[in-house]
Design a protein around this ligand. Sequence first.
Ligand SMILES: [Fe+2]
Length: 346
Amino acid sequence: MPLRPPDIVRAAYAELVVTDLAEARRFYVDLLGFAVSAESDTALYLRGYDELIHHNLILRAGSRPAAARLAYRVRTAADLDLAEAFFAALGSRTARVPAGVTPGVGEAVRAEDPLGFTVEFFFEADYAERLQQRYDLRRGAEPARLDHFNIVVSDVRAAYEYYTSLGFGLSETIEDDQALYAAWMFRKQTVHDTAFTGGEGPRLHHLGFFTHESHQVLRICDILGALHREAQIERGPGRHGVSNAFYVYLRDPDGHRVEFYTSDYYTGDPGHPVLRWSVRDPRRRDFWGHPVVPSWYNEASTVLDLDGQPRPLLAREQTTEQAAEVGADGFTRLPVPGAMIRFDHN
Ligand SMILES: [Fe+2]
């Protein structure tokens, strides 16, 4: 009998290790436009303009770039006990973190999850001023809030099954008759809180931040171009097939990938249909059929265990035939015959 999972509200924040905090501050605060909730000599606590909780992103100074943890907010304090029991039953290492260890966050439970990621669950959080109508402060991409984590996993189906056991719903997939190549899963009522990209894992693929309007996605590209930082615009702007998001992917000074996007959709009704994209549909990754740059598939951030040590990588579960046929889920345009999407119900 599987244990009852904690009631997860949403993806709330991530902690990234950066090698030059001043340079990271210039990128995330001065250029991208994040609001600073708190800072010290060794860390920055940032949030979007709509955000109520203390932070969506911690940037911590360290010797090597890495993703230290992915944090989810849970609905009640009792969900911390459920989280601890859930992961203990899976054989995962867990740790209780007292309130205040992370500024603005109450007691937390951390776990090394079955996919190899350090995940955190917290209930109590200090509320910050919501800056939604402080138009005088807005700049850069005008990030509103953290929306999702995208993680690289060696076995997408195993990741799907584990997140299903954690109570997540499935919104969209990329698949064929043989394999599940990618999946988007949610707790809050949007397309996702967490998505999986197939590859050598565990690694963090990107953090997705929501903006309200497409011009904010375009504006950050113009700003980076004007500053001759065009190399930091990795992919896009474009329209995703999956999720319908209007997006751009940027690389920070340490190579961490951040996405700014707008216009996904509501998924909160019971029996919400799953949108399944054929891996041969050129529109799945970019609705206009633009090829995906190889770095977007190949490069991602190292993740750390509970002790702050890098996690070893597992090779992707993919046959040579699949790799040859779909090119690791498509570096380029692919033949269209047979490409179609269909709706299934959970
Ligand atoms: Fe994303």
